[in-house]
Ligand binder design. Structure first.
Ligand code: NAD
Ligand code: DAU
Length: 353
């Protein structure tokens, strides 16, 4: 509580007006949706720092290229000199940049340590040296809590961390560096943890876009194990609104869970997609399970509802219709990805299908 009070005094002293934000990973799925939301509904100046890895795509923000409030910087979050300079220009950080795909983390852990752990630590250290920084929002995941059994209650913010994949281990580590920066130095860090997002601009390695695209092309839909694993699905715009609420109203040192209150098994999700696209269920192909596959995630979002006045607004049926429509209407976006480097990844993973 005394740290919260220190942070409160810090804010009082600095004033809480945020005009400019450093968004990391803004060319990825959630980061680009977040920048769209901010430029549509707010008047912040935004610097988007992104390394343009396989998951980063400048096309996600092409509508705002000439907006005077928006600037793109290509670079790595783990570059201390670049971070030091950028921190002088902003009042807040919203940190999305990460290696985000669990399957890739199982194949090669190192990029996850470099970006998610080292990159976050470099950003936090840079933030400490910035006299004008008023908020550091760290965007994390429900996966840090581990896996639930069917009858367990949903995760709460003060639950212990039990990460099971190299990806979630790296995210949990970054959460702990954020906590340490608040406790030790009073850096005004807010951590958000969200469940599975879906919506426009999601890279086609993730379940929902992969299944939409394969189904449209009458290709097999690879389901790991027996398809009974459960995820809590949230439409990406709802998550972005939560992150914005955390930036504007979140209390330093606090953690906020976001989720869609929409638990579905993978098989239910895939059958819904097939039904909307009017494709046969025999496209479903059961493949080898993911090693260490978490069985179920579910979030208790009471705190965000009470303290941020946030709640998810999209139903799954509306969100999945919109998402499928987006992938149907934006073939050029994903066909370019499928014909690039991702093709090698896809063939390595699913080549026999
Ligand atoms: P994504 O993979 O689509 O995008 C990641 C972005 O980060 C890309 O634009 C990439 O180029 C950039 N990036 C990667 N390494 C970088 C580096 N070293 N320096 C600078 N930029 C770098 O990821 P996403 O799905 O949009 O997830 C964004 C954040 O939200 C992540 O931190 C993730 O852990 C978290 N999150 C994701 C979900 C989800 O369902 N996708 C749910 C909860 C939390
Ligand atoms: O829960 C939040 C997390 O959601 C985020 O932190 C991660 O960044 C994001 O990638 C996502 O992780 P998941 O591993 O849950 O998402 P993915 O889309 O990879 O898989 C969702 C479920 O679908 C999971 O149970 C594995 C399964 N799956 C996935 C793929 C890619 C399949 O059955 N077949 C597939 O081909």
């Amino acid at each position: 509580m005394d740290q919260v009070f220190t942070a409160f005094l810090f804010l009082l002293k600095m004033g809480n007006e945020i005009k400019s934000i450093l968004v990391t990973g803004g060319c990825g799925f959630i980061g680009s949706n977040f920048i769209h939301l901010c430029l549509r509904e707010r008047d912040y100046e935004i610097i988007n720092l992104d390394a343009l890895t396989y998951a980063g795509n400048l096309e996600n923000l092409k509508d705002y290229e000439s907006d005077s409030r928006y600037k793109f910087v290509k670079g790595q979050i783990e570059d201390p000199e670049l971070i030091k300079d950028l921190m002088q220009e902003v009042d807040a950080v919203v940190h999305f940049a990460a290696e985000s795909h669990v399957d890739r983390s199982i194949e090669d852990q190192k990029p996850f340590v470099i970006t998610n752990v080292l990159g976050t630590q470099v950003l936090l250290s840079g933030a400490l040296n910035s006299p004008r920084l008023k908020r550091f929002v760290h965007v994390s995941t429900d996966e840090v809590y581990g896996s639930l059994r069917p009858d367990d209650r949903p995760f709460k913010e003060d639950d212990h961390l039990h990460p099971n994949s190299p990806y979630s281990a790296s995210k949990a580590s970054s959460d702990l560096f954020c906590r340490a920066s608040f406790k030790t130095y009073g850096l005004p860090v807010v951590i958000t943890r969200c469940s599975n997002n879906y919506g426009p601009y999601q890279f086609p390695e993730k379940l929902i876009p992969l299944m939409c695209i394969n189904a449209m092309a009458d290709k097999p839909l690879p389901i790991y194990g027996d398809g009974s694993n459960v995820r809590d699905w949230i439409y990406v715009e709802d998550h972005c609104k939560g992150v914005l609420a955390a930036l504007e109203q979140g209390v330093p040192g606090e953690i906020y869970n976001f989720g869609g209150e929409c638990e579905l098994s993978n098989l239910e999700v895939v059958k819904t997609i097939l039904k909307i696209l009017k494709k046969p269920e025999d496209l479903i192909t059961f493949v080898a399970d993911r090693p260490g596959h978490d069985f179920r995630y579910a979030m208790d979002i009471t705190k965000a509802q009470k303290e941020l006045g946030w709640k998810p607004e999209w139903t799954f049926s509306r969100g999945i219709e919109m998402t499928i429509k987006w992938y149907q209407e934006n073939r050029g976006w994903w066909e370019k990805i499928l014909s690039g480097d991702y093709r090698d990844y896809y063939h390595r993973r699913y080549g026999s299908l």
